[in-house]
Design a protein around this ligand. Structure first.
Ligand code: ADP
Length: 439
């Protein structure tokens, strides 16, 4: 970027310098032209006035004293009577020259002609005398090309100096423009301490937030990996321990069944854990957007609840559904998974004879799913944390009830994908209500 800015700056500077030089050249040429014209005009008038006053001019003597002007006197018919620089015998009839024609007509005439060398211009001013002759004064001056030729080396020198000065300034400016950005890239973890200009602030704010997100994600991932390892280790250690005891014939015949059942339970637990972990990482690393359709929230509730019938019966919990069809834009499979996890919790953290009410309705916030139980409830201080991965209010109770601590993390993830919000209303001993609002 620095190189680009410098290049553009240099190009603009060069163009500006060139334009200024050309303009000043034309302006100065115009000034010179006016000056010369004025000079020869007043000179021509002066000579004419002397002539008109009747004082006979000694042309030869007069002309000889003039070196840089040429004076020509022309008769009415165009024949040259006198010229101080050229031999009048050799001069052809001047009756057709523009300035002479004009002077013979209106009293005065003016013309500029390029000389053969092209680097010189000839300025002519002609005036008519009282007796009908024409006095013409001419002066040679450098034309624009000539002027160029002479001052080009100076111009190049000045332009080069200007250009170098501008290039140095441009470099300084780009350095100052770019340095905060470079500074920031070296101090990503402490962006606050870097001095930046106001225009860069929103950009920096975004980068800072992204950087924080990346750090947070990295920490979360580390924590998650540590938790997963720990969670997997516990049942495996038990399985290995029981199996070793059996292998060494340290378990008597009567207890073999109990040991086998403990191994079975722990293996099941491992499987559930692994399934939930796989599901979460699938959600985390979803490559493509899930497919969304118009789905009836109420039918989704009914099919999820059907899957839990046996589970509910074994816990002696009654599940009731209520409400009306509500069409929402959702991924059907994910939606059923969310409902399943919420109802599964409401059944597991319930007491025998308890009930679960699943209701679907619409209010001013959108389509609402409410899963309400009259189970053990969640103490206030845990309510905000239950959606964290592996967070359990009562670790041993959760494990004993077959929980992994990942069910609500999956619910939260699915809700996020659907832009839905979650609410927890719970009272220990009285029950829990979890509300999902699809906007
Ligand atoms: P788990 O697999 O342990 O159930 P979840 O992520 O589903 O994990 O839930 C996290 C914790 O939140 C649970 O361990 C439990 O303590 C609490 N919890 C979730 N749902 C309920 C509920 N309906 N009633 C009481 N506690 C609940």
């Amino acid at each position: 970027m620095k190189k680009k800015i410098n290049l553009y700056f240099s190009l603009v500077t060069a163009a500006a310098i060139l334009a200024t030089l050309l303009l000043s050249l034309f302006v100065s040429y115009d000034v010179i032209e006016n000056q010369v014209t004025e000079e020869i005009r007043s000179y021509a008038y002066m000579i004419r006035n002397i002539y008109n006053s009747g004082d006979m001019i000694d042309w030869e003597g007069f002309g000889a004293s003039q070196e840089d002007v040429r004076i020509t006197v022309v008769e009415k018919d165009g024949s040259v009577i006198y010229d101080n620089l050229a031999d009048r015998e050799m001069m052809d009839n001047h009756g057709q020259r523009k300035e002479i024609v004009e002077a013979l007509g209106s009293g005065e005439g003016f013309a500029v002609r390029n000389s053969d060398t092209l680097s010189e211009n000839l300025f002519y001013y002609a005036v008519k005398t009282n007796d009908g002759k024409v006095i013409r004064v001419a002066k040679q001056t450098s034309n624009i090309l000539g002027l160029f030729g002479r001052i080009i080396p100076v111009l190049i020198g000045v332009a080069a100096l200007l250009f170098i000065a501008c290039a140095v300034i441009a470099r300084k400016i780009t350095d100052r423009l770019v340095s905060p950005i470079v500074d920031v890239s070296h101090h990503m973890d402490d962006i606050e301490s870097v001095e930046i200009y106001d225009e860069l602030r929103p950009f920096m704010e975004t980068i800072r937030k992204q950087h924080e997100d990346i750090l947070r994600n990295a920490t979360m991932r580390q924590d998650f990996t540590a938790n997963v390892t720990h969670e997997l280790k516990t049942p495996l250690t038990s399985i290995s321990g029981y199996a070793e005891l059996m292998e060494n014939k340290l378990v008597d015949e009567d207890n073999i069944v109990n040991f086998a059942s403990a191994i079975h339970k722990n293996a099941d637990r491992l499987l559930t854990l692994i399934n939930d972990i796989i599901r979460l990482s699938e959600l985390d690393y979803m490559q493509t957007e899930p497919e969304f359709d118009d789905v009836d929230l109420f039918s989704a509730v009914q099919s999820s609840v059907r899957l839990l019938e046996l589970n509910a019966a074994s816990h002696d919990v009654t599940v009731r559904t209520g409400g009306s069809a509500q069409i929402i834009h959702a991924n059907k499979q994910m939606l059923e998974e969310l409902i399943y996890n919420l109802c599964d919790n409401a059944i597991r953290y319930n007491k025998p004879g308890g009930t679960v009410e699943v209701t679907v309705y619409r209010d001013r916030r959108g389509a609402v799913l409410s899963v309400k139980d009259d189970g053990i409830g969640i103490p206030k201080e845990h309510q905000t944390r239950i959606f964290e991965r592996f967070y359990r209010v009562d670790k041993s109770r959760s494990k004993e009830r077959g929980g992994t601590g990942l069910g609500l993390a999956i619910v939260k993830h699915i809700a996020q994908v659907h832009g839905a919000s979650l609410e927890v209303i719970s009272e220990p001993g009285a029950g829990t209500q979890i509300i999902v609002i699809f906007r």
